[in-house]
Design a protein around this ligand. Structure first.
Ligand SMILES: C[S@@+](CC[C@H](N)C(=O)[O-])C[C@H]1O[C@@H](n2cnc3c(N)ncnc32)[C@H](O)[C@@H]1O
Length: 235
């Protein structure tokens, strides 16, 4: 299976505006200070923790782990190419663990291990924040087959999120919203780059057919709200 490499490669998810809005949301959930120890599981290019590191100047550099080591990963953080579960078995402790848009890569069995190990890796009063795409009435622009694949994947997410809430037991749930404005041309480039996991396994022919559909169907300026569910757990 292809790996996800272009999720945050010059997309709204790596934009200053998005990261800054995401930070505002994070600070409602966690009181950052210089001594905070932060881990981002499935960090991609580490845009989020890089922003946090710059802002709060953590004494222990924020750590990001990912199974893919992309070319332009942010340099001001500690990046480790690791599988999440293998990394967490090293028993390091953190004050905040972020798992953003990553749980859908885990089987049910591995998700339970990920949750149990994450809980064990929290300092006392530490926070675990799990973010996942809103599963109902999601607004991500799609061509027809992409939509079918996305709905299937969101159905799987619903099962995983139920497991998360059952496992963590005492959780709090909120939503993060970001208003996306993107040109059709740029969005087509994102689709060509297979930015989202439901595009990883489609053939080039299917992808090109989908792009033709998007060209006809969508306006030159695409506007929609990207909504994430956030499940928050405190130790
Ligand atoms: C959709 S991206 C999200 C990236 C980033 N968290 C963000 O929201 O911008 C999911 C990331 O999880 C990573 N990933 C998938 N399985 C993983 C695993 N077992 N251990 C660590 N990272 C993993 C992927 O390589 C990818 O970079």
């Amino acid at each position: 299976m292809r790996r996800l490499e272009n999720w945050d490669n010059n997309t709204w998810l790596s934009s200053e505006k998005y990261i800054s809005k995401f930070h505002k949301f994070l600070r409602l959930k966690f009181k950052f200070n210089k001594d905070s120890k932060i881990l981002d599981i499935g960090c991609g290019r580490a845009n989020i923790i890089s922003y946090l590191q710059k802002k709060y100047k953590f004494k222990n550099k924020a750590t990001g782990i990912d199974i893919v080591k992309n070319k332009n990963i942010k340099k001001n953080i500690l990046f480790k190419k690791f599988d999440a579960i293998d990394y967490l078995k090293r028993k390091e402790k953190f004050d905040l663990i972020i798992i953003k848009q990553t749980i859908h890569f885990f089987s049910k069995k591995r998700l339970i291990s990920l949750l149990n190990l994450s809980k064990k890796s929290l300092n006392s009063r530490g926070k675990l924040l799990i973010f996942s795409l809103k599963t109902k009435n999601n607004k991500i622009p799609c061509y027809n087959d992409m939509k079918k694949k996305l709905i299937k994947s969101l159905k799987k997410d619903e099962v995983l999120l139920r497991m998360v809430k059952k496992n963590l037991y005492k959780t709090n749930e909120t939503n993060f919203h970001f208003k996306v404005k993107i040109s059709k041309q740029k969005y087509i480039k994102m689709i060509k780059n297979r930015y989202i996991s439901c595009l990883l396994n489609v053939t080039n022919r299917q992808l090109n057919k989908g792009i033709d559909e998007i060209k006809l169907k969508l306006k030159n300026q695409i506007k929609f709200t990207d909504t994430l569910k956030c499940i928050s757990f405190r130790k």
